[in-house]
Write a protein that binds this ligand. Sequence first.
Ligand SMILES: NC(=O)C1=CN([C@@H]2O[C@H](COP(=O)(O)OP(=O)(O)OC[C@H]3O[C@@H](n4cnc5c(N)ncnc54)[C@H](OP(=O)(O)O)[C@@H]3O)[C@@H](O)[C@H]2O)C=CC1
Ligand SMILES: CC(=O)N[C@@H](CCC(=O)OP(=O)(O)O)C(=O)O
Length: 309
Amino acid sequence: MTVSVFIDGAEGTTGLEIRERLAGRGDIALIQLDDARRKDLDARRQALNDADFVILCLPDDAAREAVALIDNDRTRVIDASTAHRTGDGWTYGFAELEPGQAAAIAEARRVSNPGCYPTGFLALVRPLVRAGLVPVDWPLTVNAVSGYSGGGKSMIAEFEHAAAPPAARPYALGLAHKHVAEMQKHARIEHPPLFAPSVANTYRGMIVEVPLPLHAFSRRPGLHVCEAVLGEAYRDCALITLADGDAKTVAIEDDAGSDRLTIRVCGNPDTGQARLIATLDNLGKGAAGAAVQNLNIMAGFDPVAGLTV
Ligand SMILES: NC(=O)C1=CN([C@@H]2O[C@H](COP(=O)(O)OP(=O)(O)OC[C@H]3O[C@@H](n4cnc5c(N)ncnc54)[C@H](OP(=O)(O)O)[C@@H]3O)[C@@H](O)[C@H]2O)C=CC1
Ligand SMILES: CC(=O)N[C@@H](CCC(=O)OP(=O)(O)O)C(=O)O
């Protein structure tokens, strides 16, 4: 079976990565617009309605516009932007997050790809909340470092053309980052997490960390209990690995250039203080890899076709 796919925003950072992953696949026929027509409304409308699957790699407003241009019941959409991640009528495109989520994605007409930071945060936290180990009313904190490609073409240009780019730059200091609502909703927790991201002077890759005072929780779970719950949650997942919590170092490069997500439960068993740490590529499992995984699931292909495990 061959399906037709149109990537709206195919010349952007995420769009190009998706095209790379789909290139050469015999089960996918790409609908492409040349440079002169890629932002032309009529050309986009035509391509959006001709395709079996559309992957939106656009700024939020353009993504909303693209969805509105689809006037048939057949075209199925995967949106990589933030526009629909907390909205009604959209299936959250994180296949491993909940039991039954992959099956819901397989049936969905509108799938919202998770944000890169929420992918790391939710993978670490959601199984522990679901198991009742992390209380739903606990005020969680998320520390994270991303490569600068996370900010798309404009941030890439900023870092690559600056005379002296910063080695690392904390941002979202007003604690109102666009990912906070998405993290809260899909972790199913009562308070917005305190999200402290930084961007580093490296192209791709990210570290997402959640510090947890396990000793303060009513059930006082040990590190090994958290590890067992996470190991069970992702037991059959090709893209998610529970790695050794005794690692001496973790690096932003660990999963860069792949579609993997690696999680670890580090910390001090004597004090009951934990550091849950996820590494992934913002452009891999954090964006393009997840979009291709969702496309595979929706089209009934091998879920990891075209992906680097
Ligand atoms: N970069 C990342 O790590 C991640 C990005 N995302 C999300 O994916 C989406 C794309 O991000 P990213 O690839 O980084 O962004 P880029 O800025 O690199 O690419 C966006 C692309 O969209 C094009 N575009 C803008 N407006 C329109 C329009 N009206 N019609 C057609 N094309 C348009 C741009 O054109 P032009 O080339 O002319 O500027 C550009 O090619 C965003 O919503 C982002 O939030 C999600 C997860 C991770
Ligand atoms: C370094 C950097 O700027 N990162 C982006 C997030 C990129 C991303 O994955 O978020 P979306 O999927 O929601 O676009 C930011 O913080 O806005």
